[in-house]
Design a protein around this ligand. Structure first.
Ligand SMILES: Nc1ncnc2c1ncn2[C@@H]1O[C@H](COP(=O)(O)OP(=O)(O)OP(=O)(O)O)[C@@H](O)[C@H]1O
Ligand SMILES: [Mg+2]
Length: 266
């Protein structure tokens, strides 16, 4: 049983995390010794080429997958020392996860989708809490609608409300704006940034987009399962430039345009 929430400045710590998929002659090293920390109330973006281990890092950090070796501490709890019941409780109470595909249930209304994790855990949201989070994501008026009646951005905001409902200490988001248009993406990123600034929640977000990454306090770069760099107070320009140097994003980034606003203001 874990009883305390820890008192270090870090919400999450990874120490020499390795993750190897597959058997002996068919192995893929997805994470090759990752050591890093995510401070409480910080917003970190994780970037790197396709296959560099970003989703694997997120899954291991969130206790959804187990490292092959190394350790993950979430609010000072060593995940590998917890049994499945304890892990389930920790994930339910302390962690929110937002996926690229929103993973909403089509037959449920917005309100029902948001409260589903709590109801699955046999609990009820506190009075007024559902309305509160729906207002936070700007969807209070749509609580009785079903996902198919909403735009992509609105659906992603439902998924964010679902992650926020239990007021988790850490929110992991895997390309949360990947399927959204620029404007809607901006709304969603603003929401995540406010969650870190206003409520001290820790946000760890995977993204391919330098503009999305610039909403974070820090960007960490992964390549071939290793951390290869870090940027503080990122701007779209500094992120794009770093990615160009890493040589990883030549196809993804409009280099001509990013070069024109190097040094410019957002
Ligand atoms: N279940 C699995 N079995 C075998 N290999 C896997 C599995 N999951 C991921 N991998 C491999 O591990 C490596 C890292 O995958 P991961 O999904 O973490 O990459 P990513 O950085 O999130 O990529 P993308 O940007 O394309 O989402 C890849 O080579 C991938 O093929
Ligand atoms: Mg991925």
């Amino acid at each position: 049983m874990f009883t305390q929430t820890g008192n270090t400045a870090d919400a999450v710590q990874l120490r020499a995390v390795h993750k190897v998929y597959g058997k002996r002659d068919n192995q893929v090293v997805a994470l090759d010794g990752v050591t890093t920390r995510f401070g409480r109330g910080t917003f970190t973006a994780i970037m790197g080429p396709s296959g560099s281990g970003k989703s694997t890092l997120l899954q291991c950090a969130a206790g959804l997958d187990q490292p092959t070796s190394g350790s993950v501490l979430l609010e000072d709890h060593e995940l590998s020392e917890m049994n499945e019941t304890e892990l389930t409780k920790l994930r339910r109470d302390r962690i929110g996860f937002i996926f690229q595909a929103f993973n909403l249930l089509p037959v449920l209304t917005v309100r029902q989708n948001v409260t589903l994790p709590l109801r699955l855990a046999g609990r009820k949201p506190a009075k007024g809490r559902v309305t509160e989070v729906l207002e936070q994501v700007g969807l209070a008026e749509r609580s009785k609608h079903r996902p198919a009646e909403l735009s992509g951005g609105q659906q992603q905001r439902v998924a964010i409300a679902r992650a926020l409902i239990s007021n988790p200490a850490v929110i992991f988001a895997d390309e949360p704006t990947g399927a959204l248009d620029t404007r809607t993406a901006r709304d969603v990123l603003g929401l995540l940034r406010r969650a870190a600034q206003a409520t001290g929640q820790t946000i760890v977000m995977v993204t391919h987009d330098p503009v999305a990454a610039s909403y974070a306090d820090r960007v960490v770069f992964l390549a071939d399962g290793r951390l290869v760099g870090e940027l503080h107070s990122p701007t779209p320009e500094s992120v794009a430039e770093r990615m160009t140097h890493l040589g990883a994003f030549a196809d993804d980034v409009p280099l001509a345009s990013s070069a024109t606003f190097v040094g410019g203001q957002r």
